[in-house]
Design a protein around this ligand. Structure first.
Ligand code: BT5
Length: 258
């Protein structure tokens, strides 16, 4: 892959012809060496991509990008790190929306970028040991045809008629991600001050919707998504009217709240 615009943006861009998982590979390199923040590892042939909760992320070779970015975040308190995958969702949403002005592009809390309600990108942030940083991974479907989509709920930039050129998409994403995350780190992890929280609220399709949230322990919460709190948690007003903050879970959007 020829990625000159992206290369110019980050301290180091590591391009792999193939990788089992860019998140796993970058985490390994970060453990072994002294890589700086925003070191990025990318491939268009990821063979064992990881989703959340032991799910898999799949894409035929040459049709998608797997992108992992190292964030050195030692100075940020752990409960605020939930903003990092949200920043990735915001950056990818803005990048894709720039080439699809007529389409509805947004993100579903916490980590899916959707075009017309279909998933074009998934995000997985993984903590490194000893609070030494976070690897923020994003998989984005570029030139995948309708027949190549791995699941019916997926879409790709090509299917949607958006610009699917790898360097354009990667540079757009990395440039915006660095702006958002640098601002957030400079503000000591305060996403309200840095403006990340406000931008996230504007682009988060989950807010105002009726949702069903499957929590990690199996508990299910149903209600209306009313906001994002200062740690990036989703606030859900349940059917009894009580508000609960959700740090992790799988969200299904129901009909638009009236
Ligand atoms: C995610 O998990 O959406 C996170 C995906 C993160 C992938 C990136 S690629 C770079 C980095 N390196 C890695 O190893 N991983 C990260 P989750 O919310 O659990 O969604 C997984 C579900 O999305 C699967 O169970 C499928 O239903 C669906 N899916 C799998 N591949 C997809 C694709 N290419 N496009 C759309 N949906 C997909």
């Amino acid at each position: 892959m020829h990625l000159p615009a992206s290369q110019a943006l980050v301290p180091e861009l590591i391009v792999r012809l193939s990788s089992p998982s860019t998140n796993a590979e970058l985490a390994e390199l970060a453990r072994a060496g002294d890589l700086p923040s925003f070191t990025t590892l990318v491939t268009d042939d990821q063979t064992a991509g990881r989703g959340r909760l032991d799910r898999v992320w799949v894409a035929p070779a040459g049709t998608a990008l797997a992108i992992s970015v190292l964030i050195r975040s030692a100075e940020i308190s752990p409960q605020r790190l939930g903003w990092l995958p949200i920043a990735a969702g915001v950056a990818m949403t803005e990048t894709i929306a720039a080439s699809l002005p007529a389409a509805s592009v947004g993100f579903k809390w916490p980590n899916d970028v959707l075009v017309g309600g279909r998933k074009v990108c998934g995000v997985l942030a993984e903590l490194l040991p000893e609070h030494s940083g976070v690897v923020v991974g994003a998989g984005v479907n570029l030139s995948m045809t309708q027949q190549q989509l791995p699941v019916p709920s997926a879409t790709s930039l090509a299917v949607e008629g958006a610009d699917a050129e790898p360097d354009t998409v990667l540079a757009g994403y990395l440039g915006r991600l660095q702006q958002l995350i640098s601002g957030y780190l400079d503000a000591g992890g305060d996403a309200e001050t840095s403006g990340l929280a406000q931008r996230a609220r504007e682009l988060c399709e989950t807010l105002g919707r009726e949702v069903r949230v499957e929590m990690p322990g199996g508990r299910v919460l149903e209600g209306t998504a009313t906001g994002l709190d200062r740690n990036g948690r989703l606030i859900v007003r349940d059917t009894a009217g009580a508000e609960q903050a959700v740090a992790a879970g799988d969200v299904t959007h129901a009909r638009l709240a009236s």
